[in-house]
Design a protein around this ligand. Sequence first.
Ligand SMILES: [Zn+2]
Length: 381
Amino acid sequence: MHETDATTAIPSMESYYLPQELQGIVESCIVQKRPALAAPILDFASVINDAFHQPAVTGIDLAMLDLVHQGSIDLPVYYCVSAAPAVNAMVARFQSFYCIVISEGLYGHIYPIAAGLLSHEPLRTFLAGGKEPHDDNGSPGRTRRDAFAWLHAHGATAAGPEALQLCRYYVEVIIYFVVAHEIGHIVGGHLGSRSLDASLITEADALTGEAADGKRALEIDADMFASLATAMFIGRRGSSQLWSELDINPTTGMRLLFGAAYILFSVMDLFGPEDALARRQKGHPAPLIRMHILGLVVANTVAQLSRFNRESIWDQGVHAVRAVEIALYEMAGGIMEDPQALAYEEAANVIWEEHIRRWPEVVTTLDRSRRSSYPWAATLP
Ligand SMILES: [Zn+2]
């Protein structure tokens, strides 16, 4: 945990927003390196004064305070929101600063889907108190992909006030996770590492062969950093005024984290710019595989940092995935069926074993010095 330095004033939200004079450099870098994602960067005033951006910007700001303000990174870290409609985020290293770019499409697509899922009363009851929703084992009338598309179109209109309120908290957690993941790329030494000559990482890249293997290792590393950072964020947030109505205790916190991560991974997988079926070519593993790794990491590390045992944390992850899938089925008629879930679980074990086997070699090519200001990160593999 960080010690708050009372002599360090909390910076204003604007101080982390990419200054106007640097916006052209970032825009032209994206045009050059990822033309498909080119879009104007929004100015701070239009982001901060628009209710559409508000939950996301709160999540970004809290992640910047926790992980940049209280960390010690060699160059200033800025963020900005781009008008790109894609479900994407990226991080780049420039000569004198780092920049995290969040596409407004990322949360634009998450809002209706999260609102639709959280309209399912048993899912809300599960998140709040751990009571598992009933599974009637009916047969799906839509594919899982079509069910997500249905929620995307109708989820926001279906949502009542309770669902919308929880959805705002959820988007904060989800965006916190995304920003923590990008900071994980910075402090993990992934930008411009010798193993992968890149000063820019985008979350929606499609890669093949060795490049995909190399990127996957870094994505898993960034996910691990983000998982633990977000688990601690939810723990701290639970005692704060704003979230007190959610009555967050650590087990509630774990359910919220796992549920939020699963929704994020599913949306990124289904609404990214590439063909979701070409999973092998993706830098990120499939959602359930990412969940499996997140569950392993959070269960192992949070158990070291708290009095919770590994098994009970793992169970919260398994139940959260199940509860989201049941909500998807009951709200929109699609679900991941058991054989598919089992295939993912097997694949997750293979990817994890391979990651652990290759990681000691990969890590020698990375500058890990920036991670030393996060003592908790030392508990990660
Ligand atoms: Zn990444």
